[in-house]
Design a protein around this ligand. Sequence first.
Ligand code: IFM
Length: 448
Amino acid sequence: MKISLPDHSTMRTKEFIYGVATASFQVEGDSDSRLPCIWDTFCATPNKIADGSDGHQACEHIKRWEDDVELIDSLGVDAYRLSISWPRVMHENGTLNQSGVDFYIALLDRLIEKGIKPFVTLYHWDLPQYLEDQGGWLNRETAYHFRDYADLITKALGDRVHSYATLNEPFCSSFLGYEIGIHAPGIKSKQKGRQAAHHLLLAHGLAMPVIQKNSPNSLNGIVLNFTPAYPESTSEADQKAADIANDYFNQWYIKPLFDAAYPDLLNHLPESDRPVIQAGDLAIISAPLDFLGVNFYTRSVYRAVDKNEQSDYDFVDVDVPDVARTDIGWEIYPQAFTDLLVDLNTRYDLPPVYITENGAAFDDSIDKEDPTHDVARIEYYNSHLNAVHNAIEKGVDIKGYFAWSLMDNFEWAEGYLKRFGIVHVDYVSQKRTIKNSGKAYQAFITNR
Ligand code: IFM
């Protein structure tokens, strides 16, 4: 099994950027040398993480980063997407923690030496705990703290960064963290979920001009995740349910960026669930972007709520039977990737798009003899890269693709049980072994 695209595909040229991605909390470990963050607290709370694990050790990337850069280089990729740990580079008094900054400077310098373009995300969910203690993303002030952190860190990193993303997946930070509480900080409230989303987007909008000023030569933008919503049937009611879910989970995060407005759905929410939005906020949020990062994994299917049914929302998430799924239970449906990209391109005046995450969890340990035999993951990459190719053929300006993830790592509420890596990590010895999917990706990239 190998990865292949049609001969004429622009994704087979050197202009198209291929990379691998990770995030600070998921790989770094060495939590003693930084401030505590909301995920340390969440992991320390009983029954929040499937295997009761935490990020104290993770992949020991802080200790092993030099070997990890060699590993990245050996894959032949053009770029590496990483995130900066806010609690590692900032002190509580709002000044930079130079030893944390020095770690990233050394890492970025080594990547550049190897000809690997650094794509840096400034916030991949590890909010310093002291800010959560002041209300976290429910406190408007956190958006201003983010702007100040973005200002200091982008100045400190100089011209080393090829691309900055302000946030990774504000949907996850707000909906999973503050609305249904399955991610840190574990709060459950519809109003708070929407409020956190608004303050995250505000943080992004406040930081954008600062980053553009400090780092005018990098590509600066944001990374959003999308789970396209499909109706269970062709009925009008199911279509409406899917449209509402789409507005609630997807358009909510992108429409303010490009249209300076939330979906109309905002006005249909009960007053008590609506976020507080100040005059001028949407103008800040809709600051121009150099690129949009799109993360895609799966789709969802919805139906209308039955008359006699109790439901928290105006749609019901349908568990489609008998479909191919990854180990995390997500349906494998690459057509939704093409549909999504074409739909976004139709709805909005998009800047160049980078696929900043795509990949799959599979239980590689099923083959205990050789966990690197991950044919299903190669199939996933092949079908999804072809889905991206199809979107380009339909006119979407897509410039790059990042596999999630470089290596197995801490998969949030799933702990270390779900493996997304194209490199296997033995968490006891910390040995890294390139899986067959990593070899297939490497062969595909080097044969361009
Ligand atoms: O591991 C995560 C990543 O941190 C953000 N996007 C989705 C991935 C898989 O769940």
